[in-house]
Every structure is written in structure tokens, then in C-alpha cells.
Design a protein around this ligand. Structure first.
Ligand code: IMP
Ligand code: MG
Length: 170
């Protein structure tokens, strides 16, 4: 496996600062930020601490990515909070096929959320079958290469890197 740095810690933090400003400008008080575990944990903490106003947090976990992009998703950990009537921001590490975000958006809308928007650190537009357009995105990737670090893993490895690397398997 070959690994090479794609984004440094400084580049990522700068992009997150920008996102936090954008999001804070769009919302008044009362936003519920939902971290999609595990991958988004590092992005989530860097994002929410830079946001203004009354920001609440909750956590959700969906069955892990197994290479089967068409596979049915399972909710492994549900939210604590009642989402009815609330503005929700789903915070995801990376949008690949778009299945996770579509599933969670439908689930929370179905529970009566007032609005459901999506923030992601990375988007892979080339991987998506059903087009998912994140409302807030730090980096849009030019290819569908696999990346690790800053929360993102390869078989549970590399999550705790403070930067992001591209991995090649050739
Ligand atoms: P989706 O449901 O296909 O959009 O998949 C999203 C999930 O797949 C992400 O939350 C990640 O956990 C995982 N994933 C997709 N691409 C990558 C990658 O390049 N590196 C690490 N994890 C990835
Ligand atoms: Mg994830």
C-alpha cells in the first residue's frame, strides 16, 4: 500500500473554519448537529467548537461501509434527541455513493425534523449514482481514490492522523 499526503492539518482546519462561519451565518439559535460515527468524529469536534449560537450535538451510527454501495444500511446507534420541529445538520466525513446521507436525511425528515442539511469534509461526486449535493462541503475530490486520516479509516487504521492521505493499492 502506498500513502501520500493529500491535505495537511493546516489546510483542513482552514477549510473547517470557513465552513463554521458559513453555517453560523445561515442559522439562528437552536441547531442540532448530528455526528455520523465513526468517521466524522474529528471533523465534528473541530466544526462545532467554531460555530456560534446555541449548538446542540447528538450522535448516530450506521452500518459500516462494506464496499457494497447498493447494500441496505442499518442503524447501529440512534439519536437521543427528538428531532421533531428542529433544524438538523448531518455532519459526515465523506460522501461516497451518497447512500448513508440519503438514508439519514429520509429517516430524520420522516421523524418530523423542520429541516435537514448536510455538511461533509469530503465529497466524491464521481462515485455517486443518486446525486447528493451537500449543503456545506470542505473539499470536493477530483477522483474516487481512497483516502484516510482525520477520522477516516482503512479497516480501522489511520483514523487518528491529523491530516489526510491518499492510499493506493497497486
Ligand atoms: P456512502 O454511503 O457510500 O456515501 O459512504 C459513506 C461512508 O463510506 C463514509 O462515511 C465512510 O465511512 C466510507 N468511505 C467512503 N469513501 C471512503 C474513503 O475514501 N475513505 C474512508 N472511508 C470512506
Ligand atoms: Mg462515515
Amino acid at each position: 500500500m502506498k500513502r501520500s499526503v493529500l491535505y495537511t492539518h493546516e489546510q483542513i482546519i482552514k477549510a473547517i473554519e470557513g465552513l463554521a462561519k458559513e453555517i453560523s451565518a445561515d442559522y439562528g439559535d437552536g441547531l442540532l448537529c448530528v455526528c455520523v460515527l465513526k468517521g466524522a468524529f474529528m471533523f465534528f469536534s473541530e466544526l462545532v467548537k467554531r460555530m456560534d449560537g446555541d449548538v446542540r450535538v447528538d450522535f448516530v451510527r450506521v452500518s459500516s461501509y462494506n464496499g457494497n454501495k447498493a447494500g441496505t444500511l442499518k442503524l447501529l446507534l440512534d439519536l437521543n434527541e427528538d428531532v421533531a420541529g428542529k433544524d438538523i445538520l448531518l455532519v459526515e466525513d465523506i460522501i461516497d455513493s451518497g447512500a448513508t446521507v440519503s438514508y439519514l436525511t429520509k429517516l430524520l425528515s420522516g421523524r418530523g425534523a423542520r429541516s435537514v442539511k448536510v455538511a461533509c469534509l469530503f465529497n466524491k461526486p464521481l462515485s455517486q449514482k443518486t446525486k447528493v449535493t451537500p449543503d456545506y462541503c470542505a473539499f470536493s475530490l477530483k477522483n474516487d481514490n481512497f483516502i484516510v486520516g482525520f477520522g477516516l479509516d482503512y479497516d480501522e487504521q489511520f483514523r487518528c492522523l491529523d491530516h489526510v492521505e491518499e492510499v493506493r493499492f497497486d
